[in-house]
Design a protein around this ligand. Sequence first.
Ligand code: T46
Length: 137
Amino acid sequence: MYQTGWMKFKVISDSRGNLSAIEGGKDIPFSIKRVYYITGVESGVERGFHAHRQLHQVLLCLHGSLKVRLFNGTQKEEVVLNDPAKGLYVGPWVWREMYDFSPGAVLLVLASAEYDEADYIRSYEAYLSEAKAIFDE
Ligand code: T46
């Protein structure tokens, strides 16, 4: 089980620029309950360092670029987000770390649930032990 994947969104372009629309349950595999965005990340700053127990999310970099380290307790992967028409799906039990934000980078996140701190696993050791039990099921 490695719950990440790329989602490509349609771009409607004309002389005025580009427009992409994302409909929950249609263009992405969950209903969108929350949208948040991250801006103003200084060079060298890293964010994330947690997993979620239940949350499904799609991450899109609307401007600039950033990288994401992903780990599911077994496999590690590093990906670049730099295309507003390409979203990174990150499911439950995937450890994520965001880094290498370019100046002015804008990270938009579509989430399947409202904010709930109890859904976070912020300790790497706790993640390893909880994820192992889940993956061994
Ligand atoms: C994730 C990555 C990609 C709220 O009050 N409401 C919210 O909806 C969110 C997302 C956060 N917060 C509070 C919780 C913290 O006090 O904002 C503060 C910063 O959140 P955090 O340190 O979790 O931010 P990141 O950038 O490390 O992680 C965020 C999301 O929290 C997380 O779910 O997957 O972006």
